[in-house]
Design a protein around this ligand. Structure first.
Ligand SMILES: Cc1cc2nc3c(=O)[nH]c(=O)nc-3n(C[C@H](O)[C@H](O)[C@H](O)COP(=O)(O)OP(=O)(O)OC[C@H]3O[C@@H](n4cnc5c(N)ncnc54)[C@H](O)[C@@H]3O)c2cc1C
Length: 388
């Protein structure tokens, strides 16, 4: 049965849902608050579970074609400079999980989704359409737009991110939680990186109260830098330019990574926010998806992957109306809550000092490649939609 679906938010999750829904024969209108459909940002890691979801949307091959393959997840002690362990992502990993672990440029991934939506009959993209809330009754649901516009359909999906206006009505749990962690991000041309320091790995440098991650993007032409400091920041902010001196001072404990950190210029800072998992995010004809439903810190590199999984599953259940939304929520809540929790807990592994850090290093170094793969299997092995 063809249903009119209204999607609030044209991010990765909203566009993925539009594509999935259209493939199931629904008509979809995506309402994006910004004046244009666009996505900023640098690199994004995609684990096999995210690429499986893109396969289901018909974009797996195109994604693999623009992706930078990653050979290992490398864990370093940021204080001593010691290499602790590396999880290989070669053939054994790819065979076990059925897809590679890659990095893509966020803008390029978004462009794939956007072009596919534009090429798909049945999808209408409306920019400059901020949703403020909704009204529903037995016959349908209406998205209310700032300025008084209204867009009606049979179902509404809030894919409008962590500050979701739709969530404010469905869950009404107030502002996101301030993590008290500041993340600093920069991108540098790879030619500035001394050749011995270049690699096709995602590398973590961990130290007391902070860590630093870097990985190649754009086919290895750039190095993406992201450093986190558990500084108890009192007030969230986003994208604030900060000086090189400030970043170096904040990350001084990571002396083992100084040679790379000091290459960073044009740093910007964000204070991270997330939310507690909630058991329900559906209200009759309205549900949530992606960061609107289960926003997480980025430390498991899974937010977009989970939004893509949501989109594939939900797209296949929309034809069942409100009952399908309830089934979608029931199928997604435990998994997404677990990823929210692990994203927070990772810093307990990454940020200890002294004897606790040494014990962590010893435990990680003792793990075989298979044991390391076992540890991420619950996240990376999911093939959403295959056994729907
Ligand atoms: C630093 C950082 C690194 C990350 N790294 C990774 C990674 O490596 N791998 C990974 O899988 N994930 C990663 N993530 C998480 C990932 O970026 C998000 O989980 C993902 O973008 C969520 O997609 P979404 O579509 O749900 O929400 P969003 O991307 O937030 O999109 C929401 C859209 O809705 C629009 N919107 C907002 N309000 C309204 C409104 N009222 N009306 C209409 N439109 C509205 C917005 O303009 C936006 O276009 C990272 C996140 C951060 C912050």
């Amino acid at each position: 049965m063809t249903t009119d679906i209204v999607v609030a938010g044209g991010g990765i999750g909203g566009l993925a849902l539009a594509l999935g829904a259209a493939a199931h024969g629904h008509r979809v209108t995506v309402l994006e608050r910004n004046a244009e459909f666009a996505e900023l940002g640098a690199g994004i890691q995609l684990a096999p579970n995210g690429i499986h979801a893109l396969d289901r949307l018909g974009l797996g091959a195109a994604t693999r074609a623009i992706a930078t393959p990653i050979e290992a997840l490398r864990f370093m002690d940021g204080v001593t400079g010691e290499h602790v362990t590396s999880m290989p992502l070669g053939e054994a990993y790819r065979e076990r999980f059925g897809n590679p672990y890659v990095v893509v440029h966020r803008g390029e991934l978004y462009r794939l989704l956007l072009d596919a939506c534009r090429d798909t009959p049945g999808i209408t993209l409306r920019a400059g359409s901020p949703v403020t809330g909704y009204h529903q009754d037995a016959s349908g649901v209406t998205a209310l737009l700032a300025g008084g516009g209204r867009v009606g359909g049979a179902l509404l999906v809030g894919a409008d991110g962590i500050h979701s206006a739709v969530r404010a009505q469905v869950v009404a749990d107030g502002a996101p939680r301030n993590s008290g962690i500041t993340v600093y991000r920069a991108i540098i041309p790879m030619r500035q990186v001394p050749p011995p320091l270049r690699s096709w790995a995602v590398t973590w440098w961990c130290g007391p109260g902070c860590h630093f991650v870097h990985y190649p993007i754009a086919g290895g032409r750039y190095l993406n830098l992201a450093a986190s400091r558990d500084d108890g920041a009192a007030v969230p902010f986003a994208g604030r330019p900060v000086s090189v001196e400030h970043v170096r001072a904040e990350l001084a404990p990571l002396s083992g990574a100084r040679h790379l950190l000091e290459l960073g210029q044009d740093w910007r800072a964000w204070v991270l926010v997330d939310r507690e998992p909630v058991p329900e995010w559906t209200d009759g004809r309205v549900t949530l998806l992606g960061d609107a439903a289960h926003p997480m810190l980025h430390y498991a590199a899974q937010g977009a992957c989970q939004a893509l999984e949501d989109a594939v599953l939900l797209a296949g259940l929309l034809g069942d109306g409100p009952a399908g939304l309830v089934r979608y929520q029931a199928r997604r809540r435990e998994r997404t809550a677990a990823v929210q929790r692990i994203s927070r807990e990772s810093i307990r592994l990454w940020h200890p000092a002294g004897a606790a850090a040494a014990a962590r290093n010893a435990a990680l170094a003792a793990m075989s490649a298979t044991e390391l793969h076992d540890a991420v299997a619950w996240m990376h092995a999911e093939r959403i939609g295959v056994h729907q």
